[in-house]
Design a protein around this ligand. Structure first.
Ligand code: PHE
Length: 332
């Protein structure tokens, strides 16, 4: 039965070196083939053994066969897995190559401006507060002493919202001065707040107008506040925001809720730019929210965020802020 051992060894060697499925199949036919495989030939010899030797011979034969079958399975696995790993090998990841740069986004220039204004005003103790963009007429007009016949209420100058007949229409706020009222109604003086947010007016869009824009509202109410305090705060703000020594100029103006009222101009780079309106809070407004105008006074101001952002970044057309063109936005 040495022939069996030799066959075992030969089969193992051939199958181990079989490089592909074709070679394995050839080996299978050669060793395990049902018709004329070498194992089959040896099986025939078993019948020539004496009855005493036959059980041992049968066992050796079965062992040899099992081993060849096992080598066969092993070879099949090996070839199959090398074929599989052949696929990723072709497209293998080269960990030494430089990576693809991750494109980082950043905050919109208007958002950056808002955060910067908040940060500067916080240094003077002004707390940042929010108010609703859908407002009632009390907060947008009445409490600000804007009378029933005032042109600022004109339906052509506001986005009124349709409501049930008989009730006062709500509107998209046309100014952030609404927040002055909302805060004073809730809190007692002293107060130092800023509120930055969207306001809406049905203006035709051009380089300096847009139906939606942003305002900074500032309000300070304490005993003994004067216009000089207002000017100091605005000057500090302008110099911090634009950099350098920015001059601030007041021109007489009128707002129903401030008395006296001024237009605020800032000089920067040799040019005076109108930045918004301001004034001393009208005693009638203080009374409307339950404050005593004999005990406290206050100033308020409202500046255009797009204006100060355009000034700072040198943007000529505020519509660029809203076009969402990445080539524009990624410059900030
Ligand atoms: N709310 C005014 C406007 O939108 C600006 C303003 C704010 C004026 C605060 C005075 C005081 O035009």
């Amino acid at each position: 039965m040495e022939a069996l051992d030799r066959l075992r060894a030969e089969a193992a060697a051939v199958l181990e070196s079989a490089a592909d499925a074709g070679a394995i199949e050839k080996a299978r036919v050669n060793f395990l083939g049902v018709k004329s495989g070498q194992l089959k030939e040896l099986q025939k010899l078993l019948s020539g053994l004496s009855p005493d030797d036959r059980p041992a011979g049968g066992k050796r034969f079965n062992d040899a066969k099992a081993e060849i079958v096992a080598s066969f399975a092993l070879a099949q696995d090996r070839v199959a897995s090398s074929q599989q790993s052949g696929v990723p090998n072709v497209e293998a990841i080269d960990v030494t190559l430089p990576g693809d740069p991750v494109r980082m986004g950043h905050l919109h220039p208007i958002t950056q401006t808002i955060r910067r204004v908040q940060e500067i005003m916080a240094r003077l103790g002004f707390e940042s507060v929010d108010g609703p963009e859908v407002e009632d007429q009390w907060h947008n007009f009445d409490a600000l002493a804007i009378g029933a016949e005032h042109p600022a209420r004109d339906p052509l100058d506001n986005f009124y919202l349709a409501v049930a007949r008989g009730s006062d229409p709500l509107l998209l706020r046309s100014q952030t001065s609404t927040v002055q009222i909302r805060v004073m109604e809730r809190r007692e003086p002293p107060l130092r707040i800023v509120s930055l947010g969207r306001v809406y007016r049905p203006d035709t869009a051009d380089a300096t107008h847009y139906p939606m824009f942003h305002q900074v509202e500032g309000l300070l109410v304490e005993p003994g506040v004067t216009l000089a305090h207002l000017k100091s705060v605005l000057r500090f703000f302008a110099s911090s925001f634009l950099g350098g020594d920015v001059r601030v100029r007041f021109r007489p103006s009128f707002f129903p809720f401030t008395e006296p009222s001024v237009e605020v101009d800032m000089e920067w780079g040799g040019r005076w730019i109108e930045m918004g309106g301001a004034g001393m809070v009208d005693p009638a407004v203080l009374e409307a929210v339950g404050y005593d105008p004999d005990k406290v006074s206050g100033f308020a101001f409202g500046l255009g965020v797009e204006r100060i952002a355009a000034r700072r970044y040198g943007v000529a057309d505020i519509r660029d802020f809203y076009r969402n063109d990445v080539r524009f936005l990624e410059q900030f």
